[in-house]
Write a protein that binds this ligand. Structure first.
Ligand SMILES: Nc1ncnc2c1ncn2[C@@H]1O[C@H](COP(=O)(O)OP(=O)(O)O)[C@@H](O)[C@H]1O
Ligand SMILES: [Mg+2]
Length: 278
């Protein structure tokens, strides 16, 4: 993988005290076995601060397994992970607190909660008197809830779906729901955002808009985040990624810039004639 651009080294903490760059993630020698099946073998990859790294590969290559390793759903049998240079043993319930937030394949919004409530639910770890305690009628700080609400509205606005704040997700078009899910992820203030197949089910036009959103994430003024993107959709990956890692049968068969990946015959072969075009 090529190094990040010539940005100055950054501690991630700006003059305001707010972290202003994404975080880095490094996987080294990751191995995962399911019974006798080797799902991942010696997988190493880096998501430098401020980058958008795509993980691609044919069906069954191990992409989702790798995603699950970073989320803590799957424990690797080998290898190590560092986050911002410090060892990480991911636990799903602690991830957001560490600054790692994921969106899941599909949408995964709560039915029966409005769009605004769904997005507020994404930020529970940022407030002590949590939104969930509010939902269950427990004592809460009004100030906390007002802040949370304002932040959720701001994130919906950022993603162009604030008009739908009062609607229930199940009544909305799929592309809008995907944006709401992204707003929910952003309200948790990630420094690393993990996206699992964000383009799935979207139209070409929606994918264009999604691409523009993803490209802007490492430079968001509201809180920059690096991105690891697991995606089937080659066009999107080629368009938004600063680096790409290709998995095949659980191994890294190529990594590099989009151009390098596009020109790599082993990649084209792994896809067995699947489109590897711009
Ligand atoms: N929980 C599991 N138990 C057993 N095998 C699994 C499990 N999850 C994935 N696999 C297997 O691991 C391999 C990689 O799968 P996966 O990570 O889902 O690939 P991809 O997301 O690239 O399509 C496949 O052979 C799959 O059948
Ligand atoms: Mg998968």
């Amino acid at each position: 993988m090529s190094p990040p651009s010539a940005d100055p080294p950054d501690t991630g903490i700006g003059s305001t005290g707010i972290r202003n760059t994404g975080a880095s993630l490094d996987l080294s020698g990751i191995g995962v076995n399911f019974g006798g099946l080797v799902a991942l073998e010696d997988v190493s990859l880096a998501v430098p601060a401020g980058s958008v790294v795509g993980v691609i590969g044919p069906n069954g290559a191990g992409k989702t397994t790798l995603f699950n390793v970073v989320c803590g759903f799957v424990e690797p049998s080998n290898g190590s992970i560092t986050f911002d240079g410090r060892p990480l043993r991911p636990k799903p319930h602690q991830l957001a607190r560490r600054g790692i937030v994921r969106t899941l394949q599909g949408v995964g919004l709560f039915r029966g909660l409005s769009v605004l409530e769904n997005v507020m639910a994404g930020a529970t770890h940022t407030s002590d008197a949590g939104f969930l305690s509010a939902l269950f009628g427990l004592p809460r700080s009004d100030r906390d809830e007002r802040r949370l609400r304002a932040e959720a509205v701001a994130r919906l606005d950022e993603l162009g779906v604030a008009d739908h704040a009062g609607a229930y997700p199940e009544t909305l078009p799929y592309a809008v729901r995907k944006r709401v899910a992204l707003a929910r992820a952003l309200v948790a203030r990630p420094r690393l955002l993990l996206l699992d197949e964000p383009a799935g089910g979207l139209s070409a036009e929606d994918i264009e808009e999604l691409a523009a959103l993803i490209v802007g994430l490492p430079a968001r003024s509201e809180g920059a985040c690096s991105v690891m993107l697991v995606e089937h959709h080659m066009d999107l990956v080629m368009q938004v990624c600063t680096g790409i890692v290709v998995l095949d049968f659980g191994r890294v068969i190529a990594s590099g810039t989009p151009q390098e990946i596009r020109d790599n015959p082993a990649v084209a072969e792994a896809y067995l004639g699947a489109e590897v075009t711009s």
